[in-house]
Design a protein around this ligand. Sequence first.
Ligand code: GLN
Length: 455
Amino acid sequence: AQHFLARAKAHQGLAAYLAIDEDVTLAQARAQDAALATGQAAPLAGLPIAHKDVFVTRDFPTTAASKMLAGYRSPFDATVVARLAQAGCVTLGKLSCDEFAMGASNEKAAIAALGLDAPQPAHNPWNPRHVPGGSSGGSAVAVAARLAPAATGTDTGGSIRQPASFCGITGIKPTYGRASRYGMIAFASSLDQAGPMARSAEDCALLLSQICGPDPERDATSLDHPAEDFTRGLQGSIAGLRIGVPAEFFSDGLQDDVRTAVEAALKEYEKLGARLVPISLPRTALSVPVYYILAPAEASSNLSRFDGVRYGHRAEKYADLLDMYKKTRAEGFGDEVKRRIMIGTYVLSEGYYDAYYLQAQKIRRMIADDFQAAFQQCDLIAGPVAPSVAPQLGAQTDPVSSYLADIYTLPASLAGLPGMSVPAGFGGAGLPVGLQLIGNYFQEGRLLNAAHQLQ
Ligand code: GLN
C-alpha cells in the first residue's frame, strides 16, 4: 500500500486519483497484516485496490467527479466496496472518471485531481497527450501506470472496456445483475454494472469472484445466481471453441491500425485451436441511437435526486425553493450531464415517449435477440472495443461523434451480456488496442479463460 501511495503521489500529473488518505489506507493495511499473522486471512488479504469515484465509500469522499457532490461523504460503503473489503482488500483511494460516468474520454471530469487546482482529465500513461478513455479513465490509468495493482470500474455503455482498451489493461463487465448496484451512483440503472480492471485476466478473475453474487435486499435487479470462483477455469483448453466474428464490427469506421491488431489476435486464437465463425449482429448501428435515448432517459430520472436538499452542493443565493433547485442544478452539473438530462426529459415527455423511448425499448429487445441467434452458432464473440486508439486530449469536440465511437461496446450493454477488453497489441502513436470478448449470460468464466489464453 505504501508503494502504491508513493507512486500515486509521484505521478499526480496523470490526474488519476481524486482522493487519497494515507492514514485510512495504512490503518486498513495494518488490520490485514494482523489478520495474516493470525492465520485468519481473507482470500485477498492486503491487496491494495482503488475505486472509481462513483462507488460510495464511508472512509473517502465520493464525488462522481461532479461539482454537485463536492465535499460529499457517504454514510455507508457500496456493496462492491464492502465485498472487496470483506475479502481483505485495502482501499488506496478514489479514481477520476467522467462526471456521473457520462463520457468516453475522462475529459468530462469536473473535480480537480489530487494535487491539481483545476479539473482535468486523467492522461493516458502510454502518451500523456492522449485521453485514457472513459468513463472509468482514472481506473485504467491507475492500473496501467502501476499506481494501483487493480481498480474497480463501472460500465453502462462501455466504460470499463473502452478505457481498458485505450490503456492496455484488462477489464470485465459481468452479466447485468451479477454485481450489486447498491451504492454505485446511478446513471442508467438498467445498464449500469460494476467490474474489475487489472493487469491480467487472472487478476480480474480473482476480483470478479469477490465482486459478483446476489444482494437481494439492497439491489432489486441483483440476480439470484451464486458467486463463482472464476480462477478455476483459467487453464482450460480453448481448442474447438467457436469464436463468432460479427461482420458489423469490421465496417468502414474501423481504423486500420485497430483492425490489424484485432485480426492478429483472432489469428492467435486460431493457432490455439479455436475456430472463427463469421456471424452477423444486424442492428449494431442502431445500438447508438437506442442507447443515447435510453441512457439519458434513465439518467434524467436518476439525477433528479440532486436537488440541493439531500446531497452535496446547494446554491448560496436564491429567492425560493424552485429557484434554489434551478440555481443548484445549473451550478452543480456540467454541460454533458445537462445535455443528457434534457435529452432524457424530452424523450420521456408526453407526445415523444412513443416515438423515442418506446421505440428504443423495442429495438433494445431485438438487439438482445440478435445475440441469442448468434450464440446458436458460436460460444463467444470477438471484435474491436473501439474504432480507434485513444484520441488526443481535446480532439473530440462534437458530442455526436464521440457517441458514435461507442458503437462496438453498446450492443452488449443493451443486451445485458458480459463483455471484456483484453490487450491485443498496439496501433498508431504507440497506443494500445484492446480485443473485445462478449459472452452469453453467465459466461464470464469462458471469457476470462479465453482472455487468459492470449496472455
Ligand atoms: N460512453 C458512454 C456514455 O457516455 C458510456 C459511459 C459508461 O459506460 N458509463 O454514456
